[in-house]
Design a binder for this molecule. Structure first.
Ligand SMILES: Nc1ncnc2c1ncn2[C@@H]1O[C@H](COP(=O)(O)OP(=O)(O)OP(=O)(O)O)[C@@H](O)[C@H]1O
Ligand SMILES: [Mg+2]
Length: 316
C-alpha cells in the first residue's frame, strides 16, 4: 500500500459580494475541511448531492481552483503551489474528466486536436504516430474512426463524455479525477465506460478520484468512499463499511435512493425508504448542529468514520 494523494483539512471558500461597493459580505463554504488519502492503484469515491462541493474538490486537485487553506499532497509534495506543480510531472500525471463535456471540449477544435493536445504538451510524436495514438484512444472508448475530424458539437452528450475519457487517458496518467464521467450516459453505455475504466486501471495501475451523486453507480468502482454534504464529509470508509454498515442518516438516505431492480420486494423498499425519511426528520439534531453544520468525524472502526454525536441508530 502506498499513498499517492492526500488532502489535508482542505478548505475552499468563495466570497459573496454585494451592495453598491461590491464588498465581500459573506462566504460560500463550498469545501470546509476535508481530509482523505488515496492509495496508488485504488479508486476513491466522492459522493454527494448537487452543490455539496464535489467538483470544487476535483478542480482544486488539478490546480484549477484556488485553495483557501489546507494541503493537496501528491507523492509527498504540496501541489497547491503552482511552482511545485510545474517543477514535478504533476500536470502530466494527473488528468481530469470534466462533468460538463460541452464546455470542457474546445468547440473550435477537431477531435484529433482535442485528444492530441495533452500528448503534445509532454511528448514529441510525428503526425502519423499521433494520429495512430488518437485512433487507439477513440477505439478504446468505442468511438468510430471517422470521429477524428469532427467537432464537439457534432456529437451527443454521451459521445462527448467518452471523448473526455479518451483525452484524459492519452498521456498515461497516474491519477484521473473523474467528475461524473458516466452520469450523462445511457445505462448500457455507462457499464461499458466503467468497465473500460476498470480495465485500464488494472493495466496501468491508475488511481481514480471518482465523483458521483449516485451510490449505485460507483459501488463496483470504489475501494474507499467519502460521503459529502454541505462541503463536509459526513462519512468515510471502505466500500464494505459504507454499503453494509452506514452510520450517518445522509448516507442511509443516499443508499435508499438507489433504484431497486427486483419487482418482488418493491413494497419493502418503499417502506424502508419511508422509514429512513422519518428517521432523518426525527433525528436531525443527532447529525447536524444548530447551524445545520455537519459534525466532526468520529471513529467507528479503524477504517470507518462518521459525523455523528450519538450512536443509537445502528443499521437502517
Ligand atoms: N466560482 C464559484 N463562485 C461561488 N460559488 C461557487 C463557485 N463554484 C461553486 N460554487 C458553489 O460551491 C458549492 C459547491 O459547488 P460544486 O460545483 O463543487 O458542487 P457539486 O457537488 O459538484 O455539485 P453537482 O453535483 O451539481 O455538480 C455550490 O454551492 C456552488 O454554488
Ligand atoms: Mg459537480
Amino acid at each position: 500500500m502506498s499513498e499517492l494523494l492526500r488532502l489535508n483539512d482542505l478548505k475552499i471558500h468563495y466570497p459573496i459580494r454585494s451592495g453598491f461597493f461590491n464588498r465581500i459580505t459573506d462566504y460560500v463554504y463550498a469545501v470546509d475541511g476535508v481530509t482523505l488519502t488515496l492509495e496508488r492503484g485504488k479508486t476513491y469515491g466522492l459522493i454527494g448531492e448537487s452543490g455539496s462541493g464535489k467538483s470544487t474538490i476535483g478542480k482544486s486537485v488539478v490546480g484549477l481552483e484556488k485553495v483557501t487553506s489546507g494541503e493537496v499532497v501528491y507523492e509527498g509534495n504540496d501541489v497547491t503551489k503552482r511552482s511545485v506543480r510545474k517543477a514535478t510531472k504533476y500536470n502530466q500525471d494527473v488528468q481530469m474528466i470534466f462533468q460538463d463535456s460541452m464546455s470542457s471540449l474546445n468547440p473550435k477544435k477537431r477531435v484529433i486536436d482535442i485528444i492530441a493536445e495533452p500528448i503534445r504538451n509532454f511528448e514529441n510524436l510525428t503526425d502519423l504516430e499521433e494520429k495512430k495514438r488518437v485512433q487507439e484512444m477513440l477505439d478504446i472508448v468505442g468511438m468510430p474512426t471517422d470521429s477524428l475530424y469532427k467537432y464537439p458539437h457534432e456529437f451527443s452528450g454521451g459521445q462527448r463524455q467518452r471523448l473526455g475519457v479518451a483525452r484524459a487517458v492519452a498521456t498515461s496518467p497516474k491519477l484521473i479525477v473523474a467528475d461524473e464521467p458516466v452520469s450523462a450516459l445511457d445505462l448500457s453505455v455507462q457499464a461499458q465506460v466503467l468497465n473500460f475504466m476498470k480495465h485500464i486501471q488494472q493495466q496501468y495501475d491508475l488511481s481514480y478520484l471518482f465523483i458521483s451523486h449516485d451510490l449505485g453507480v460507483v459501488k463496483y468502482m470504489c475501494d474507499n468512499l467519502a460521503i459529502m454534504h454541505k462541503g463536509r464529509f459526513v462519512e468515510v470508509g471502505t466500500r464494505e463499511d459504507i454499503y453494509t454498515n452506514p452510520q450517518h442518516i445522509y448516507t442511509k438516505r443516499l443508499l435508499s435512493a438507489i433504484p431497486k431492480i427486483d419487482v418482488e420486494n418493491r413494497e419493502q423498499h418503499k417502506a424502508q425508504r419511508r422509514a429512513v425519511e422519518l428517521e432523518y426528520q426525527d433525528l436531525i439534531s443527532d447529525y447536524y448542529d444548530e447551524n445545520g453544520r455537519v459534525y466532526d468525524l468520529q471513529d467507528i472502526s479503524s477504517t470507518h468514520k462518521a459525523a455523528v454525536i450519538h450512536r443509537e441508530s445502528e443499521g437502517v
